[in-house]
Design a protein around this ligand. Structure first.
Ligand SMILES: [Zn+2]
Length: 434
């Protein structure tokens, strides 16, 4: 392993209050020096990090890697590539595979395949109920022993409140938690787009926001009563945020995540009638976007999770009803969070917290940190470099995102995992005229 000198970067690490321009030496994969102005020395590879931020790499607690069963959409290898290109070195994947991750051998399959590929840490979640059917609890203890980091039926909400309550208590007794995709399906029914002016104007079947909000409220109340933790997946409305704020004030052990797309895109993405805008929960109105942005700043929302949901081109070309909901996100989380920094919703330290420190802590993983003696697990990114989202720059097998053709700012230049460079940006710098 060569010796690396990262020069001229601005280090941000909330773990040890680092927020200054410092150089880093990495020898045999370990950080051996963090000092100002380290001159290049013989036999070292110099990475010019001027104009860049160097931070601990990111952790995504919510990604769909589609493996096993739907590897035409994504697999653990392309999911890992997409992750490290987005600055993530830990990816927690959802159990809505085929078959669902509801028994220990499947948990082990994901872990082993992730390790074999070796680009990043791939950690599976376990299903809460067998086959994600919402009826019979899985053997959570066995799944946890096999390596499941938390439990969710994501994609499917846990409708039965009694099952949810039991699951929360069971998970708590194992030192873990349930994450719920909150959606009262009796309310959402055949809804496709957020119930509002856009859906009405376009004649799209409306999906009322209370489908999400009522289940967020239920789960918060279950947490207050049982003291068991609950995690709200992809929170997306102003009222849902207010409910979580209330529950936190009541002492509930509730956490919430928000996706890059709910922080950035409105329901007007539907204006060209294309299903690339279809996602669950649906894209909301601007008022909701403002609310989730401020909630991320005030810590009502704990962190960002991508809900990276790859679907094949032919699936996204289906009609509004048959098209599966979801969009990819692993490579867009950083530029979207940086947009919030540029617009003064959050500062850069909070940006690193919500992408790295906070999600790591949530699953009891020691957050990566830039400290002498640590194995290098970090990301070097240029926060201002513009790039156009084009299919050739997307590492995922699927290209389903409304962001295609748009310019984002903020580019990952290098990602280090286990002391090694696992991603290096090879594209030429693009220029932005707007
Ligand atoms: Zn979901």
């Amino acid at each position: 392993m060569e010796t690396i000198l990262i020069k001229g970067g601005h280090i941000i690490d909330p773990q040890n209050n680092l927020n200054s321009e410092l150089d880093i030496v990495i020898e045999k994969g370990k950080i051996t020096k963090i000092e100002k102005n380290i001159p290049p020395f013989p036999n070292c590879k110099v990475i010019d990090a001027s104009d860049c931020i160097v931070s601990p790499s990111f952790t995504d607690l919510h990604a769909h890697l589609r493996d096993p069963g739907q590897t035409y959409k994504e697999d653990i290898k392309t999911g890992s590539l997409s992750a490290v290109a987005g600055g993530f070195t830990t990816v927690v994947c959802m159990p809505n595979t085929i078959p669902a991750i509801d028994e220990p051998s499947l948990v082990r399959y994901v872990i082993e395949k992730g390790e074999e590929i070796g680009l990043c840490r791939v950690l599976p979640t376990g299903a809460v109920t067998k086959g994600r059917k919402g009826q019979q609890l899985t053997e959570m203890a066995l799944l946890k022993d096999a390596g499941a980091v938390y439990f969710t039926d994501d994609g499917a909400p846990i409708i039965d409140s009694n099952i949810m309550r039991k699951a929360m208590e069971y998970a708590a007794s194992l030192g873990t938690f349930i994450a719920n995709h909150c959606e009262d399906t009796a309310l959402s029914k055949d809804g496709i787009a957020h119930e509002g002016e856009i859906a009405a104007a376009l004649g799209l079947p409306p999906l009322p926001p209370e489908a999400e909000e009522s289940m967020v409220a239920r789960d918060c109340i279950l947490s207050i009563r049982t003291q068991a933790p609950v995690h709200i997946c992809h929170i997306s409305t102003k009222l849902a945020v207010e409910i979580v704020a209330w529950a936190k004030a009541m002492g509930a052990n509730v956490t919430a995540e928000v996706t890059p797309h709910h922080l950035y895109l409105c329901d007007d993405e539907w204006l060209d009638f294309h299903c690339k805008a279809k996602v669950s929960p649906p894209l909301r109105e601007f008022e909701d976007i403002e609310a989730v942005r401020w909630a991320l700043s005030s810590k009502i929302i704990d962190f960002v999770a991508t809900d990276h949901a790859p679907h094949a081109h032919h699936e996204k070309m289906l009609d509004h009803w048959s098209c599966p909901p979801g969009m990819i996100g692993l490579q867009f989380a950083l530029p979207i969070v940086l947009e919030l920094v540029r617009k003064d919703y959050i500062n850069i330290v909070r940006a690193v917290e919500v992408l790295s420190t906070e999600p790591s802590k949530k699953i009891g993983l020691k957050p990566p940190s830039i400290q002498k003696g640590n194995t290098a697990e970090l990301v070097i990114f240029n926060p201002n470099e513009p790039w156009e989202v084009t299919e050739d720059k997307i590492f995922s097998k699927s290209k389903n995102t409304p962001l295609l053709g748009r310019k984002l700012r903020g580019k990952v230049k290098y990602t280090f995992y286990k002391g090694k460079i696992v991603y290096q940006d090879s594209s030429k710098q693009e220029f932005c005229y707007d």
